[in-house]
Write a protein that binds this ligand. Structure first.
Ligand SMILES: NC(=O)c1ccc[n+]([C@@H]2O[C@H](COP(=O)([O-])OP(=O)(O)OC[C@H]3O[C@@H](n4cnc5c(N)ncnc54)[C@H](O)[C@@H]3O)[C@@H](O)[C@H]2O)c1
Length: 455
């Protein structure tokens, strides 16, 4: 079977960036959403969120007639040979997964297949607990279509591994493609869609594919919490955790990525996916002491950062703080589970006043909290006359602030870096009082105290 037209249900980070990649590889792609204005904007070449390089590609693909937005799932599926379910799967209160959008999508696919006699492949790409594709999606599609899996339609699970902030790049150049297949023909069709993608391709059963996603995110989150735990050990010994992790990461069995200590992981995936697999495992009677600790470490890291600040400045009552970076990481306007929120909450509890800057995420952060933060579109307005600065996400715009600017604008030349945005020595040598996660803070405090006394 030759695939020419692709339906992608969900216009988020996964759905839209993959739609753009499929379009660029020559497939006619229809990407759907529930919001009329988002579909209309997409058809004018305007994406609904920020990702580097996305807007240019959307414009190009819409212009060539290879990408269109729609709010009609049934129509999009009916016009296509293969459909990808890329809708959100947020956490419920108990950490388990909200499958309502997945169920809706499966129903729409079923209704579309009912009106067609063509073979069609249904692909689940959203992150969903093991068993969901076969025990939830499959029966819904069969019920609403009146057709039979393995005969009238194919079924696959194809987890997504892209990183926000480089989602477009990752959609074109994934490390690997995992194809969980109901049967040979389904897997064959999907592998063929990816034939021009140069990376390893793994074919396995559907439940394995579903669990590979949770295992991957759990391991990445574990590496981050591991580095964060060591950052606290390093601080006590006045050792630089970045040097330690550099030495650790050079071991090819480990690799250097995701060993950057900081204020913890956020975003729409790691916290949600680790919580989901923990909740599921516990419900099935499996204990998860390792993953429980990964989550616990992530919860305490922002509070540890605030304590580090208090150890240097004493009380925060009445202090004005320049807060740089609100998104959960640079190059995205996504604020889901951003560590900025627990840090800012704690700073307010301690009586501080907060002036905040972010290149893209202010609008979204305002929706997250009504705390009386003073937002500014320029970093210099935030630094001016503040007592000290805190860096929460290492945007390029923030990295490029010069030591002279900190010295000129802040009252104290004091910086607390939650992400190792700057090379500490380069700032200290220019007269900045630098403190950060996993840095030689005590040593620094002594040195800076001495240099203050001698000046
Ligand atoms: N964001 C990431 O970095 C990332 C990476 C890998 C996997 N994932 C997983 O992929 C899935 C999607 O994630 P995302 O970040 O793209 O989500 P998102 O929240 O950015 O987007 C979800 C989209 O689905 C749309 N939608 C919801 N119900 C719909 C329906 N019935 N019909 C059509 N559209 C509908 C929403 O309008 C929205 O545009 C989730 O399961 C997530 O865990 C996300």
């Amino acid at each position: 079977m030759k695939v020419e037209k692709v339906a992608i249900i969900g216009m988020g980070y996964v759905g839209l960036t993959n739609s753009v990649a499929f379009a660029k590889y020559g497939f006619e792609s229809i990407c759907t959403t529930t919001t009329q204005s988002k579909a209309e904007n997409l058809n004018k070449g305007i994406p609904p969120f920020y990702e580097p390089g996305l807007e240019e590609l959307v414009k190009e693909m819409v212009g060539k007639g290879l990408l269109a937005g729609s709010i009609d799932n049934v129509d999009a599926v009916r016009k296509s040979d293969i459909s990808f379910i890329c809708v959100g799967t947020p956490s419920l209160q108990d950490g388990s997964t909200d499958l309502s959008a997945v169920n809706e999508s499966a129903k729409d696919i079923g209704l579309a297949l009912k009106e067609s006699d063509k073979y069609h492949v249904v692909v689940a790409k959203s992150t969903i607990p093991p068993g969901t594709t076969e025990n939830v999606i499959l029966p819904i599609v069969e019920e609403y279509s009146g057709r039979k899996v393995g005969v009238d339609f194919g079924l696959c699970m194809n987890p997504e591994f892209l990183r926000q902030g480089s989602a477009v790049y990752d959609s074109f150049y994934p490390d690997r493609i995992v194809i969980g297949e109901h049967d040979d023909k389904s897997g064959e069709v999907l592998e063929n869609v990816y034939k021009d993608y140069e990376c390893s391709k793994i074919r396995c059963d559907i439940k394995t594919a579903e669990l590979i996603k949770y295992a991957s995110n759990s391991l990445l989150a574990t590496k981050i919490s591991f580095a964060n735990e060591f950052s606290r050990i390093c601080e006590k010994f006045n050792i630089d955790v970045y040097e330690v992790m550099k030495g650790v990461g050079l071991d090819f069995r480990i690799n250097p990525r995701f060993l950057a200590a900081g204020v913890g992981f956020g975003g729409s995936c790691f916290p949600k996916d680790v919580n989901a697999i923990v909740s599921l495992a516990n419900k099935m009677g499996v204990e998860t002491p390792l993953l429980d600790s990964v989550l616990y470490t992530n919860e305490i890291q922002p509070l540890h950062f605030v304590n580090l600040i208090k150890n240097v400045v004493g009380t925060l009552e009445g202090k004005t703080i320049a807060f740089l970076g609100l998104s959960f990481k640079p190059n995205t306007d996504d604020i889901r589970e951003t560590r900025a929120l627990p840090i800012i909450r704690k700073l307010f509890e301690e009586g501080a006043r907060i002036k905040a800057y972010d290149p893209k995420a202010i609008k979204n952060f305002k929706k997250l909290t009504d705390l009386p933060i003073e937002y500014h579109k320029k970093w210099d307005e935030v630094l001016r006359d503040s007592d000290f600065a805190i860096i929460q996400s290492d945007w390029k715009e923030i990295k490029e602030i010069k030591p002279e600017d900190f010295k000129k604008l802040l009252k104290t030349s004091l910086i607390f870096d939650g992400r190792r945005t700057y090379e500490p020595i380069s700032l200290i040598s220019k007269g900045i009082k630098y403190f950060g996660i996993g840095w030689k803070n005590e040593y620094c405090a002594r040195k800076q105290h001495l240099s203050c006394q001698s000046s």
